[in-house]
Ligand binder design. Structure first.
Ligand SMILES: *Cc1c(COP(=O)(O)O)cnc(C)c1O
Length: 369
């Protein structure tokens, strides 16, 4: 029988850092003080040791298998989460014509574009800012400057609850995608992208790690001023160990990736994630107490955003839900309201419990809803 402290775990709907499968945490716990036959913790181990190199290679291999990453792509483990990549991308890629095109679909794509503009000529190719980011803007090849060094998108908008319903056609221009809050949530055709990157702490591990999946011909063109720790060339040449990498974060991503493989890979993950998201959206579509601000075709299956008509009521919802064992439901400070982040590791039981709570809360506060 599970011990009391495990039974007291709540359903954690936090956007990030976020819920991790109990099996993964327990595996980490079982190996915490003595990893394999090493006689020490992963946290104490030299990153140059054979044991750690096997962990790094294991993480890469699990990721390759899980995401069907083609052989001409490198997998790099870097420092500084996704935000470091906001600078690393222009430093490494905005080097042929010094131009890049960004699609604005939320706060993180905006931050990425502001960071890139420090290094060159950034154009906004399309934006849904005027509609408070309620949808993913449509683009065609003609939306982008033909001499842009790359096009940048944010594939899943964690704060606004939207996800790309299509992969933009950029012709020969490399497409760069921030997948921090949706990496490994469903199968994607990696070959359609020049770079996919993600901070690990939402759907794929813990904080501090930036995962970069990059087509190999895009490596090696960085500016001279590129900090060594942000250079894709140095990361690739040194198997992500130019300096001491975030070892424990890499180990956790390995465990998460292996656990996903054991559970049937990304096709199965997508089915589970859609089933969870559909429970919430179906309920939202058939009632009038809660408002769902996102246009249906752009709805995220990872972050479900909604609110009541009253900000005080939203606060009460979040507080009452926490008392009932569902934490982390407060919307991002930029938008307020309520947000349920239902990443891979959120079991359907958590979403069922949330929908039951939403019904009960609506009944109590507006009996005719
Ligand atoms: C959280 C998030 C980021 C920032 O990630 P950090 O690891 O905190 O730098 C960037 N992009 C998206 C889409 C995110 O969800």
């Amino acid at each position: 029988m599970a011990s009391a402290y495990i039974m007291e775990r709540v359903f954690n709907f936090s956007a990030g850092p976020s819920t991790i499968a109990l099996e993964v945490l327990e595996k980490a716990q079982s190996e915490l003080v003595n990893y394999g036959t090493s006689g020490m913790s992963v946290m104490e181990m030299s990153h140059r040791s054979a044991d750690f190199e096997a962990i790094r290679a294991g993480a890469e291999n699990a990721l390759r298998k899980l995401m069907s990453i083609p052989d001409n792509y490198r997998v790099l483990f870097m420092h500084g989460g996704a935000t470091a990549q906001f600078a690393a991308i222009p430093l490494n890629l905005m080097t042929r014509n010094g131009k890049a095109d960004y699609v604005l679909s939320g706060q993180f794509s905006k931050k990425a574009s502001v960071e890139a503009a420090k290094y060159g000529d950034v154009a906004i190719a399309a934006s849904s800012a005027g509609a408070n980011f309620a949808f993913i803007p449509a683009t065609t090849r003609e939306s982008f400057r033909p001499d842009a060094d790359y096009v940048h998108i944010c594939y899943n908008n964690t704060i606004f609850g939207t996800r790309y319903p299509y992969i933009p056609d950029t012709g020969d221009i490399p497409l760069v995608a921030d997948m921090s809050s949706c990496i490994a949530s469903e199968p994607v055709d990696v070959s359609k992208f020049g770079v996919i990157y993600a901070g690990a702490q939402k759907n794929f591990g813990i904080a501090g790690l930036g995962i970069v999946i990059i087509r190999d011909d895009l490596i090696g063109h960085e500016r001279e001023i590129t900090p060594a720790v942000m250079s894709y060339r140095l990361a690739a040449e040194n198997n992500s160990m130019y300096n001491t990498p975030p070892c424990w974060s890499i180990y956790m991503t390995k465990l998460v990736a292996e656990h996903l493989l054991e559970q049937g890979g990304l096709t199965a993950a997508k089915e589970r994630n859609e089933a969870k998201a559909n429970l919430l959206y179906d309920y939202l579509d058939h009632q009038s107490f809660y408002l769902s601000p996102v246009d249906a075709p752009s709805r995220s299956i990872m972050n479900v955003v909604f609110r009541t008509e009253d900000t005080e009521m939203d606060k009460e919802f979040v507080a009452e839900a926490a008392r009932a064992g569902m934490k982390g439901l407060k919307g991002h400070k930029a938008v307020g309201g309520i947000r349920a982040s239902i990443y891979n590791a959120m079991p359907i039981e958590g979403v069922e419990k949330l929908v039951a709570f939403m019904k009960q809360f609506a009944q109590q506060h507006e009996p005719n809803a």
